[in-house]
Design a protein around this ligand. Structure first.
Ligand code: GLU
Length: 195
């Protein structure tokens, strides 16, 4: 287990996401991270327990962002392996819950095409696969859809683009969406929507 939380709305996203991740803590995790968009995507990733607001004070005020608590399955517990993960050009950041069962096969195909990997995670394979699909897909949403169809295993992914979109997909792993006037929430469970 582990968690995903996303937010779009009028409140300050780093703060709302931090609170959301705290309500997902009971699911277990070893590291965590938040990505938000202001002029560009900014990331904050940490190993260990979720801190208070000053642990994310490097993040700008923002209306949209995503957060993740990681339970490492592929790759050690480190800031580098913590999510979200940037695309090569920093045009999007991605977080995943689950396991990409066919990641070895996908990784070697992508390496043959020249893609370089910076982490030990199965997650980075999804990032590079989306980059590959973006070469021909009409937009990011379509590239994400095409990449997700190739993944084996139970997965939820959430993507934040630098133009402020959130794209989320799930297959066999939880994700719920909460909609309120002017605000949209994404989470691994409805409990985190209680307040
Ligand atoms: N398989 C991914 C990793 O090890 C995600 C684990 C999770 O669900 O938190 O980074």
């Amino acid at each position: 287990m582990c968690g995903i939380f996303g937010y779009f709305g009028s409140r300050n996203a780093p703060e709302v996401i931090l609170e959301g991740l705290k309500r997902l803590e009971y699911r277990g995790y070893d590291s965590w991270g938040i990505a938000v968009v202001a002029d560009q995507i900014s990331l904050s990733k940490k190993v260990g327990a979720i801190g208070d607001l000053d642990t994310v004070n490097n993040l700008p005020k923002s209306k949209v962002g995503i957060g993740h608590t990681r339970w490492a399955t592929h790759g050690g517990i480190s800031e580098t392996n913590a999510h979200p993960h940037f695309s090569s050009d920093k045009s999007f950041a991605l977080a995943q819950n689950g396991i990409v069962e066919n990641y070895q096969n996908l990784k070697s195909k992508l390496q043959k095409k020249g893609y370089k990997f910076k982490t030990e995670t199965d997650t980075e394979v999804i990032v590079r696969l989306i980059e590959e699909k973006l070469k021909t897909a009409k937009d990011l949403k379509e590239a994400v859809r095409q990449a997700f169809l190739v993944l084996e295993g139970r997965n939820t992914i959430i993507i934040l683009s630098k133009d402020g979109q959130i794209i989320a997909v799930r297959n066999g792993s939880p994700l719920v969406v909460g909609i309120k006037e002017g605000e949209v929430f994404f989470s691994s469970d409805t409990l985190s929507f209680a307040p």
